[in-house]
Design a protein around this ligand. Structure first.
Ligand code: DGJ
Length: 736
């Protein structure tokens, strides 16, 4: 892994053993892009990849020269106004109204390791040798605004991390109207665009279309990354599939309003950009101040989409998730939400916890409803003091009982960013919500959004959460966020800074997370936003796991977890077995299939175990034993998608251990069918020469299992009990 600089050509070449990323300083001092993809040998100059040609209807920066135009160039940090008409990476508005910026190469430095971005989540290195960073400073000579771009290449992950700082070294303030974290200009447009979109309870379904001329984008303007679109994009060659072919992935490490877009121009080039959504954004930058944009990651794989997912899984699992929980086994938990909703008292919780403990479950999580006057979702949010009518000795007493009487660890739900009007907090501080002057604010689920752009608000919430945590025995926190932001106006900022509030809000969220995770490093955090409404890499930096979706139906979960797996590792996806008929869909699926689906996530239960039959309880007991035996393999191995539930009446996936001696496969037949064909399921990621034993099946070489496939007893003519929603788990073990 290295970053090379060639003085004459002014080429920079970042590479590891598998990828190259090459950029150059253009004639006019702007940054040009030359190549990103499979590793290339280093050479003095790749500038021949730039076009200089006479084309009608282009504009040219140099008088008398009709060949050099930025419209023809692939660029790293494009701007509007100096002959490029595509969307820029940055837009600066000066006091005189000008929006023209001219960021010219000023200096560079190359160093080991990678930068941390103050107040923002980022990937990181643990020792300097893991990555190398190229930092380039560009300067606009009129305003003296500088742009510090950093590009990091990792030794072990085939990805480039980028970020950008804007420093106002001038004497006049400016407004940043747009700043993209990553711009990648590709020399053609022969790609499928795959976005991950949906809604509440059906998050991150892949949607594919061919790149077309013009702009296509996914965005959020909701104040959180959202259920609707995830800040992740795949571009793949149309012939690429899960196993082979060129694939790029773009992921923004940010939890607020975002944009990811592609602009295909008339010459067939594609400009990919990601960053803070410029809609409703504007940042007032005074002389001497610096603005830091979030980090963007672009990854490249020539081994198809499974290859690309492998890169993101490894990078995010090993160098985004932090703290003691990064490498620790995650506890099997039981959450009382679907078991009781708001209808509980201490004894009911203790009964569930005792039963759960006897099933081997390790962590009891108390969800919404334990504080203030909260007995339904219209009241109480903001008052983080235990309701003594239902918990006589508060959370301190309950958590002690859960540990001492029930033998389990204790976890607690909070929704720190919100307030109900019916609460002591709102009565005391009605001015603490986001609200435009003289206007009403919309509610969402009867709640209003606290102004987290204000330090005093964040300080208050920190103190009230910390007070509960300090007096109790809390090992886990579920941090929820159940509405999108509407009237995003803060009463404490001047008019010229109101465009900052969405971003400042999310910085406030990160600040609170930072304080809590620093002060209480033993606590495992799970992020949640009405299920998977803020399931993004920004959150993962603070909360190693996220509640993937409020939809706990096994069949829907197959799709949700399948879609989520394109970017996010299995140990980040909260997945629970719940009761039937399912509360979201009214569908009844076998307990085994609910288990076999949730197994490929961070496992838990969301049901009242005291109401199960003895047979069901015994089944759960053996499920928990199974999880404990295989969770390390599932959370640390390499994941492969085998059969997509979006394209088939079945689904399959598997995880293979690093030394390839062990693997676990999940196969799911969604609807039963009559007289179905003979089925061979082709496995992946095994060692061809190893002999794998599969209980109940036999011994097979890796080559057989991957090329000929594993025979599934699909037409169960003899099995009269077979019905819809069947599934099977196959364990593969080899001696090498
Ligand atoms: C939404 C979450 O996704 C649920 O799991 C639950 O915690 C509720 N909020 C509680 O209000």
């Amino acid at each position: 892994m290295a970053v090379y600089f060639h003085g004459e050509s002014r080429n920079f070449h970042l590479s590891n053993d598998r990828i190259s990323y090459i950029l150059t300083v253009l004639r006019n001092g702007h940054l040009g892009h030359l190549y990103f993809g499979k590793k290339l040998p280093d050479r003095e100059s790749y500038n021949y990849l730039l076009e200089e040609a006479l084309r009608p209807m282009t504009s040219n920066p140099y008088e008398g020269d009709r060949k050099f135009s930025l419209e023809h160039c692939l660029q790293e940090f494009p701007v509007y106004g100096s002959s490029d008409y595509r969307e820029p990476a940055v837009e600066i508005r000066e006091g005189n109204g000008s929006r023209i910026t001219d960021p010219r190469f000023d200096s560079y430095r190359i160093y080991s390791g990678k930068p941390r971005l103050e107040g923002l989540p980022t990937t990181y290195t643990e020792c300097p040798g893991e990555a190398e960073t190229l930092e380039i400073t560009l300067r606009d000579s009129v305003t003296n605004v500088c742009f510090i771009l950093s590009f990091t290449v990792f030794m072990d992950y085939d990805a480039v991390a980028r970020s950008c700082k804007i420093c106002n070294n001038g004497t006049e303030p400016v407004h940043i109207e747009r700043i993209m974290s990553f711009t990648l200009d590709l020399d053609d447009n022969y790609y499928d665009w795959i976005q991950f979109s949906g809604a509440w309870a059906r998050e991150r379904f892949p949607e594919k279309h061919r790149l077309h001329t013009g702009i296509q984008s996914i965005t959020s303007a909701r104040g959180h990354s959202g259920h609707m679109h995830n800040p992740f994009l795949i571009l793949k060659r149309p012939s690429a599939d899960e196993y082979q072919g060129e694939v790029f992935g773009f992921s923004l490490i940010y939890s607020g309003n975002f944009i990811i877009q592609a602009e295909v121009d008339t010459y067939g080039t594609s400009r990919i950009q990601m960053g803070i959504n410029p809609f409703q954004f504007s940042w007032f930058l005074k002389p001497g101040e610096t603005f830091t944009a979030p980090e963007g990651i672009a990854a490249y794989s020539s081994k198809g989409m499974n290859g690309l997912s492998g890169i993101f899984h490894q990078l995010y699992r090993e160098r985004l998730i932090r703290g003691i929980w990064r490498d620790k086994e995650r506890p099997v938990l039981i959450n009382n939400w679907e078991a009781t909703y708001f209808d509980f008292d201490e004894e009911r919780l203790i009964d569930i916890a005792k039963k759960a403990h006897s099933a081997g479950i390790e962590l009891f999580v108390l969800d919404d409803g334990w504080f203030g006057c909260r007995r339904d979702d219209t009241q109480g949010l903001g008052d983080w003091t235990p309701n003594k009518n239902i918990l006589p000795d508060g959370i301190a007493g309950l958590s002690r009982r859960i540990e001492e009487e029930c033998g389990m660890k204790f976890g607690l739900w909070f929704e720190p960013e919100m307030v109900n009007k019916k609460s002591v907090l709102y009565e005391t501080h009605p001015d603490w919500i986001l609200q435009a002057p003289y206007r009403k604010s919309c509610h969402g689920r009867h709640q209003y959004v606290l102004d987290f752009s204000r330090k005093d608000v964040v300080d208050y919430i920190y103190s009230s959460m910390a007070a509960v945590i300090k007096e109790s025995r809390i090992s886990y926190i579920k941090w929820d966020m159940n509405r999108s932001i509407t009237e995003c106006y803060s009463k404490v900022y001047p008019p010229e800074q109101q465009g900052e509030i969405f971003h400042r809000y999310i910085l406030g969220v990160y600040d609170l997370y930072d304080r809590l995770t620093t002060e209480f490093p033993h606590i495992l955090f799970e992020s949640c936003a009405s299920g998977g409404g803020r399931f993004d890499p920004g959150m993962m930096f603070y909360a190693p796991q996220g509640w993937t979706s409020d939809d706990t139906d096994a069949v829907e979960r197959l799709k949700i977890q399948y879609g989520t797996s394109y970017c996010y590792p299995l140990n980040s996806m909260g997945a629970h077995v719940s009761i039937i008929p399912n509360h979201q869909l009214n569908r009844s699926t076998p307990l085994s299939t609910r288990f076999n689906t949730a197994l490929f996530g961070v496992f838990g239960y969301e049901m009242d175990l005291t109401r199960l039959s003895d047979r069901e309880f015994m089944e759960i007991k053996s499920q928990v034993e199974f999880v404990k035996e295989y969770r390390t393999l599932i959370h640390s191995g390499t994941f492969y998608r085998l059969l997509s539930p979006f394209e088939n009446n079945e689904a399959a996936w598997m995880v293979v251990s690093h030394d390839k001696t062990e693997a676990i496969t999940g196969y799911y037949k969604i609807l039963n069918d009559v007289n179905a064909g003979f089925k061979r399921l082709k496995l992946a990621g095994l060692d061809e020469s190893f002999q794998y034993t599969i209980e109940g099946k036999g011994i097979f070489s890796g080559a057989e299992l991957m090329s000929a496939g594993l025979v599934i007893n699909n037409p169960p003519e003899q099995d009269k009990t077979a019905s819809d929603f069947r599934s099977e788990i196959f364990l593969l073990k080899s001696q090498k």
